[in-house]
Design a protein around this ligand. Structure first.
Ligand code: SF4
Ligand code: SF4
Length: 401
């Protein structure tokens, strides 16, 4: 309680964060703003406000995009404040079936492998088409999950504990693939290995690695999040690793804030890592005369603060035209399990993004976070737009000679 009050008391109520907050922009309701949420927590922690459905909802509606934290002149640790508050009131929070399933698949290796085989069968056997025709996902309350799945299954997963050995070598990196990467995004995992080895790095994928813990921390389960953090620290304990490279900025942001400073200090987004290591791949890349819309996830911009890496890396492709989304475009609405639990707000934010992204008729849309990429791809399918969404590393890998 004292920690909550100490963090909330830093806020000077200036309101500079309000125009940067997606939920405030959409609702114009002070309770849905960073300043309003901080005031609610302050009143609750000070004993002036009861725990109520309304209070829980206002805090729960926050996307944790942390745009407010980035612009706050008083440096309020907003993410920490919300996570800690959710930890205190987690008994009052309702969890959706979709969110609960997502966590089960994220934490449990057996469930993750079963989900991999089940998904592959669901997508390739015609079962998905039939289930959608009979509206089974809606009947089972799993339509929010089903919309994220494309009609094709991904390539087969990598064998665990993979380690490349190249020569000459510039260094060794650990690759964090995350639970969604291992389930739904093998293309990006394969691409990351290809690009990192092309740049001269040995890539290690420790089998023991697990979910980053973001879903748990943001749901207030701090204990579970810390258990997962400890497992990842032990998985990547190898002192020869120069960096722990991530291909999903949602996970990267979480891991950069682990209390284990040695681990946290090595975490870096793949694009940023390649640029910081001075890698120039331009001679190894085929030209691409295409317009690419660049989506920068909130976690990459506001938490990892490594948004320049993707632009600089993609600029190495000869002939490419990169069009970053304008700063007026806020969070896409995916935000971990937010898109499953708050579909209306998630869709409204996605709609704003797609309206702007499609204006220039890009040939590709790139995003450094799997959750955002799935949500954006689903939105494009719902609009009937055939625009490929992929990770910057996947586009680079495709252009390697
Ligand atoms: S910008 Fe910071 S200090 Fe100002 S109202 Fe927002 S959170 Fe409070
Ligand atoms: S984290 Fe994002 S949604 Fe939440 S209050 Fe801050 S700006 Fe608004």
């Amino acid at each position: 309680m004292n920690d909550l009050l100490a963090d909330a008391d830093i806020c000077v109520k200036c309101g500079l964060c309000l125009p940067h907050c997606p939920t405030y922009t959409k609702t114009q309701n002070e309770n849905e703003s960073p300043r309003g949420r901080i005031a609610l927590i302050q009143a609750w922690a000070g004993g002036h406000l009861e725990t109520s459905k309304n209070l829980v909802e206002h805090i729960d509606n926050c996307l944790l995009c942390r745009s407010c934290e980035r612009v706050c002149p008083a440096v309020v640790p907003y993410g920490r404040l919300i996570d800690n508050f959710r930890g205190q009131i987690k008994a009052h929070k309702k969890f959706s079936l979709a969110g609960t399933l997502l966590k089960e698949v994220s934490h449990n290796k057996i469930s993750n492998r079963l989900a991999q085989s089940g998904l592959s069968f669901y997508q390739s056997s015609g079962l998905q088409k039939m289930a959608r025709f009979f509206k089974l996902p809606e009947l089972l309350h799993l339509d929010k999950v089903d919309r994220l799945l494309s009609a094709q299954s991904d390539s087969p997963p990598l064998k665990p504990s993979y380690f490349t050995e190249i020569s000459p070598v510039k260094g060794n990196v650990g690759l964090f693939i995350g639970c969604m990467g291992s389930l739904l995004d093998h293309q990006t995992v394969d691409a990351a290995i290809k690009v990192l080895t092309a740049a001269g790095f040995n890539v290690h994928l420790p089998e023991q690695q697990t979910c980053c813990g973001a879903l748990d921390r943001h749901d207030g389960d701090i204990e579970k999040a810390e258990q997962l953090a400890a497992t990842n620290c032990s998985a990547f304990a190898d002192k020869s690793l120069d960096a722990i490279v991530t291909i999903a900025s949602g996970c990267g942001g979480q891991m950069k804030e682990y209390q284990q400073a040695e681990f946290a200090g090595k975490v870096v987004d793949i694009s940023q890592f390649l640029i910081k290591s001075g890698c120039d791949l331009s001679d190894q890349l085929l030209p691409l005369a295409a317009s690419v819309c660049l989506h920068t996830p909130c976690s990459l911009k506001n938490v990892m603060r490594e948004e320049q890496g993707a632009v600089k890396l993609l600029q190495q492709i000869p002939g490419i035209k990169i069009r970053p989304l304008p700063a007026t475009i806020q969070c896409c609405g995916s935000a971990g399990s937010y898109m499953l639990d708050h579909p209306q707000m998630a869709q409204a934010l996605l709609s704003d993004l797609l309206n702007v992204a499609l204006e220039d008729q890009p040939e590709y849309l790139v995003s450094s976070n799997i959750g955002c990429a799935l949500h954006i791809s689903a939105g494009l399918r719902e609009r009937g737009v055939a625009l490929e969404v992929l990770h910057p590393a996947a586009l680079i890998a495709r252009q390697l000679k």
